[in-house]
Ligand binder design. Structure first.
Ligand code: UN1
Length: 413
């Protein structure tokens, strides 16, 4: 009953297409289900003790207050990842939403208050920009500081938390790559690439930004990709036929244009990236940049739909380039060769927190731990054992005998 309202609010503020708004709301519902089951599974290990009549056990305890900073592009799902786990682990949360999406936060809080009875204050909202995020980071009372946003934001805030020896959980920028091998099923591949690169108008941390294509299929993939991009339906995100909605701000458009101008000045072929005339919204055609080498522009995350496409001949070289950037969030390989996919998933393969086979880089399910390595910040949210970040661990040793034997056989009589 509340789902359409929340979805529409997401589409209104974050400008995501309505199907993605609905998907995001569903993600919160799924997190509620997941966390409800998880609340009975916050297991602590029991270890055999080296001493007779002793027991060794881990007990997980709540942390206290979690501070949560969320970005405009996932205005409710990321809160859901954090709050659902924080709550079943016994914590409360202070949520600082993006200034672009405070209406989403108000709506979620209203829904919470309707069902929360005496637990309303488990969720408090702190509105504001950078200053509000800094206050949370510096506040000694915030036991866990969980933030989603750019790498620059993480680098500015993490030292403030570290200065008070607080805990951080960071899910920062991505610069995600996909590798297309010659054995790949190209129809599936083009679909996966198009959704990951152009979906959400390139404004996901998991958006596909760099594509390495085996030289034997490079030209064919490029032709098919350009065709797929040219058929994308760009426009009003409330219209169910739309696939690509507007960019969030003029600033995003400016950053996108700067990148494309720089690529053009290097003589690279750029297809798309054009602004579509509109009175109020910023619509842009997703861009493809063709390059023969890994240029500087590819090292940074531009939060807009730009896909760099580059050929390779050896898989290990493609993986090396994929891993050569500072960020380490998501990655994909498209292949029907098990040796290639296993190499990609192995220790010499992708260095990212997420590695997919025959799926694009975006659109992760909540059941897995979500997050990435290196400049992406190392945090893990949502599924698997991510809940452990929201608790503190007590190691308890219980002596149920009448003697006091010391560990390691120490004598002190
Ligand atoms: C983000 O952009 O910050 O995997 C999160 C995905 C989404 C989450 C993206 N489930 O694309």
């Amino acid at each position: 009953m509340k789902k359409p309202k929340v979805s529409e609010q997401i589409t209104k503020e974050a400008k995501k297409i309505i199907s993605e708004g609905e998907g995001e709301t569903q993600e919160v519902i799924d997190m509620c289900d997941f966390a409800t089951g998880l609340s009975r599974q916050l297991y602590g290990l029991t270890m055999p003790s080296e001493r007779p009549e002793h027991r060794l056990q881990e007990i997980w305890q709540p942390l206290g207050v979690v501070g949560c900073v969320t970005a405009f592009n996932f205005p409710v799902a990321v809160f859901g990842w954090n709050f659902c786990l924080a709550a079943v682990c016994g914590n409360s949360i202070i949520w600082k939403p993006s200034p672009h999406a405070e209406g989403c936060a108000d709506l979620v809080k209203k829904i919470w208050d309707e069902v929360a009875d005496e637990h309303k204050d488990l969720v408090l909202i702190k509105k504001g920009g950078n200053e509000a995020a800094i206050e949370l980071a510096e506040d000694q009372g915030i036991a866990l500081f969980s933030a989603t946003g750019s790498c620059d934001m993480g680098k500015a805030l993490a030292p403030k938390v570290a200065k008070r020896l607080g805990r951080s959980l960071l899910e920062l920028g991505g610069n995600n790559a996909a590798i297309v091998c010659k054995s790949a099923d190209l129809d599936l591949t083009i679909k996966g690439i198009t959704f990951s690169a152009a979906g959400t108008t390139g404004q996901r941390c998991t958006t596909l930004r760099r594509l390495f294509v085996h030289s034997e299929v490079h030209d064919l993939v490029l032709t098919k990709l350009k065709k797929a991009f040219s058929h994308l339906k760009i426009g009003d995100p409330m219209d169910r036929n739309t696939q690509v909605g507007p960019l969030i701000s003029e600033q995003s458009f400016k950053q996108m244009q700067e990148k494309l101008t720089s690529c053009k000045s290097k003589g690279l072929t750029v297809t798309g990236g054009d602004r579509i005339d509109h009175a109020t919204e910023i619509y842009v055609t997703p861009a493809i940049v063709e390059t023969k080498e890994h240029i500087d522009e590819m090292n940074e995350e531009t939060f807009a739909p730009i896909l760099y496409v580059m050929p390779f001949t050896e898989l290990k070289d493609a993986v090396h380039l994929q891993n050569s950037v500072k960020q380490g969030l998501s990655s994909s390989i498209f292949t029907n060769d098990v040796r290639e996919s296993e190499f990609f998933l192995g220790p010499e393969g992708s260095d990212c927190g997420i590695a997919n086979v025959n799926i694009g880089t975006s659109g992760a399910e909540i059941g897995g731990a979500f997050g990435g390595e290196k400049d992406t910040g190392g945090g893990r949210e949502s599924g698997s054992d991510s809940w452990k970040a929201y608790m503190r661990r007590t190691t308890a040793t219980i002596n149920h005998g009448e003697e006091l034997p010391l560990a390691q056989g120490v004598e002190f009589d």
